[in-house]
Design a binder for this molecule. Structure first.
Ligand SMILES: [Ca+2]
Ligand SMILES: [Ca+2]
Length: 361
């Protein structure tokens, strides 16, 4: 079969357009690192761009930008297609939002930065989803150029993979920890960040988001134990939590305590976290006697419950008895699952108690 004669001119045009566009559609070279260096040099020529960590996330911004460049350029990197799609979406949106028009030329003359570079850089920062970088560069510097951005129109979910506390390659070593393990070598950091380690020893994600569907980062993280330690009788110690929304939609949640009355929520119990915002809430521990006590902070989001275990000076055996016979302090909406979790907490606390016993006694 001779296919050559079957091609009509229009087909050839489409084929050429496809060939021209397909490599750029899947492999992007946006030069985020180069633009970052250019922008930082434009504002302060004496600065060493290798040392800048403007968003204080523990990864020099230049190394972080190089990571994004690599992810977008290299099809073999995990999550490549996803991040390309997110970046492309954000880049299209920033092009719509950039109303500088003829002012672009003025900015170029003043700072040597083109509007194309501003757009690529903005899309890069939004795609990496580091809230403080977005605050500093997008809501700060870029808005001073005159570009107003409503983050609701952007896709911030790249942060679930690229921000410092996220885990890009899914080996349970956070990106920040991958950087620490590379001991300042930017290229080694990138290799570590995109290559899952088979047996990570020290690795664990620092503050994981609740799950991929809920871009809320609770700290101290859910499923962890917040131990208030030994607190003098009748005095209070306050533990502070933060819930950071790294997504694009507002997230509502409720909190309450299951367990001993020694643990109490200070202030508000229901929250609405706007995109890129952080809310704080507090749990207070006030020992009433010399027993060890334990409780659970329940965080309910979209009907799902997440738990942070609370502990303080007590004897855990006594608590099990007191909970079985006395339901004071236990909320109305307890389910069987809650009770199972509650019992598991005591097991968990007992392990912690034994471990502490070994080291301190
Ligand atoms: Ca940084
Ligand atoms: Ca990792």
């Amino acid at each position: 079969m001779n296919g050559r004669k079957m091609y009509k001119p229009i087909t050839i045009i489409f084929l050429v357009l496809f060939l021209l566009h397909s490599p750029t559609a899947y492999v992007l070279d946006i030069g985020a690192e180069a633009i970052l260096v250019k922008i930082t040099k434009a504002f302060d020529p004496n600065v060493d761009p290798d040392l800048i960590d403007e968003d204080s996330n523990g990864i020099p911004d230049r190394a972080h930008a190089r990571l994004l460049d690599r992810v977008l350029m290299d099809e073999t990197v995990p999550n490549h297609d996803l991040i390309v799609a997110i970046y492309y979406f954000n880049w299209v949106q920033i092009k719509k939002d950039n109303t500088l028009g003829s002012k672009c030329l003025v900015i170029q003359q003043l700072y040597g930065i083109t509007c194309d570079e501003i757009e690529r850089f903005s899309a890069a920062i939004i795609t990496m989803g580091e809230p403080k970088a977005i605050q500093y560069f997008i809501q700060g510097a870029i808005s001073e150029f005159g570009i107003q951005i409503d983050l609701k129109n952007y896709n911030l979910s790249g942060g679930l993979y690229l921000r410092a506390t996220a885990d890009f390659d899914g080996d349970r070593i956070s990106n920040r920890k991958e950087f620490q393990q590379a001991e300042g070598d930017f290229n080694l950091f990138i290799e570590y960040a995109i290559t899952p380690q088979e047996n990570p020893n020290e690795g664990e994600i620092e503050i994981p988001p609740l799950d991929k569907g809920i871009p809320l980062i609770i700290s101290p993280p859910v499923n962890s134990l917040l131990n208030f330690g030994n607190v003098p009788l009748k005095t209070s110690i306050v533990g502070e939590f933060t819930a950071q929304n790294i997504g694009t939609e507002p997230i509502p949640f409720f909190i309450w305590i299951i367990g001993e009355p020694e643990f109490q929520i200070v202030g508000e119990r229901s929250f609405l976290v706007e995109p890129q915002q952080t809310v704080k809430f507090q749990v207070k521990f006030t020992p009433q006697n010399f027993n060890k006590v334990s409780g659970i902070l329940v965080i309910e989001i979209y009907g799902k419950k997440y738990y942070v275990y609370l502990g303080g000076q007590s004897s855990w055996i006594q608590n099990v008895i007191s909970c079985g016979t006395d339901h004071r302090g236990i909320g109305q909406s307890i389910t069987r699952g809650d009770i199972i979790i509650f019992v598991l907490t005591f097991i968990l606390l007992s392990i912690v108690h034994k471990k502490q016993g070994k080291t301190h006694i």
